[in-house]
Design a binder for this molecule. Structure first.
Ligand code: AMP
Length: 191
């Protein structure tokens, strides 16, 4: 099993790189943002509740995303490993993830953090807003708020994995392929 947390601020390239990593390493991609957006699209009660929060750029409650991840882990028992993208975003989520994995005899192997300059994040998110219909990418104040929420509540999650010697910083500027190579190198060094 290879279980990776792909970490970094909004716009760091977690989704893009996850899509490439799952092909190369045959992993299952678990993005809480994607799962929540699917729930919004299907207008489920959870989706409707989440939408109000996501549109403001705030974090949805821990229990909500922990429940979603728990279900996914149960549904993909035969996976060769997982990439967690956008989860955990709080230390409580990280602790609960460890509990869920431990109960299945699993663990996180590696946390890779994509480091990208602030102005580049804004540029990438605005650009994505033009190309997709993600409401939270359309408004600069919501984009800024998501980065602020990351700095205030999420960044600290890295310390949780640093304490376990699982943390690797990855330079997240440059082309998609260059960044992908750096991620693959970090996985190679881990293995
Ligand atoms: P993302 O696609 O990862 O940027 O997530 C989009 C939005 O979904 C975030 O701005 C949050 O509102 C919500 N969200 C996604 N994952 C989480 C999480 N692990 N904890 C709390 N909120 C989340």
């Amino acid at each position: 099993m290879l279980n990776i947390v792909l970490f970094g601020p909004p716009g760091a390239g977690k989704g893009t790189q996850s899509e490439k990593l799952i092909v190369k390493y045959k992993l299952k991609h678990l993005s809480t943002g994607d799962i929540l957006r699917a729930a919004i699209k299907n207008q489920t009660p959870l989706g409707l509740e989440a939408k109000k929060i996501i549109d403001k750029g705030e974090l949805v409650p821990d229990e909500m995303v922990i429940g979603l991840i728990s279900r996914e882990l149960d549904e993909h028992k035969d996976a060769k490993g997982f990439i967690f993208d956008g989860f955990p975003r709080t230390t409580i989520q990280a602790q609960e993830l460890d509990k869920m994995l431990t109960s299945k005899g699993l663990c996180i192997n590696l946390m890779m953090v994509l480091e990208v300059e602030h102005n580049e994040l804004i540029k990438r998110l605005m650009n994505r807003g033009l190309q997709s219909n993600r409401a939270d990418d359309q408004d600069v104040s919501v984009i800024e708020n998501r980065i602020k929420v990351y700095d205030e509540y999420t960044k600290v999650v890295a310390d949780y994995y640093k304490a376990q010697n699982k943390y690797v910083a990855i330079h997240g500027m440059g082309s998609i392929d260059e960044i992908f190579e750096r991620l693959c190198q970090a996985i190679k060094e881990y293995q």
